[in-house]
Ligand binder design. Sequence first.
Ligand SMILES: [Zn+2]
Length: 199
Amino acid sequence: MYEGAVQDLIDELGRLPGVGPKSAQRIAFHLLAAESADVSRLVAALQRVQAEVRFCVTCFNVAEAEQCRICRDPRRTEDVICVVEEPKDVVAIERTREFRGRYHVLGGAISPIEGIGPDDLKVKELMTRLMNGQVTELIIATDPNLEGEATAAYLARLVAPMGLAVSRLASGLPVGGDLEYADEVTLGRAFEGRRRIDA
Ligand SMILES: [Zn+2]
């Protein structure tokens, strides 16, 4: 459609999740017309992410060190782990200020349709963390959709022999959606009203 560099930019933007061809074109032309300092900041942010950000060796949240900020925080309790699908869910739950334990980021949810099974997620790593015996409660905060529910049911069954208290966030969350779309108050309430799962 366009020449060299512009088309390359449109193609790259179009590969991003949620960016269709029209949006890619709009963003590309926005960047072409933007101040050079603004574009430089964007480039620098991308380069920093690529160079500096990695995944926490313990919980698989994004981190700028071997462990993430939450795993390094000695004021947070070690006996409760909240399981989420993605790092963005950690951010959403942190905003509610309801939770003072640790997280475990699975890296997705079980989805037979997309060919994603437990082995593709950080399930083994979760089990290893639970083995050390310090954790007494597991809160499963996977998304309130089909894949999230299937993942929650799977995990509840898997950890049942360990005798932990296992709970799932209360209803009231928008069904079929992502955790991140829930507002802080709704998510906070769902957290407080979490219900025990007896697998
Ligand atoms: Zn961590």
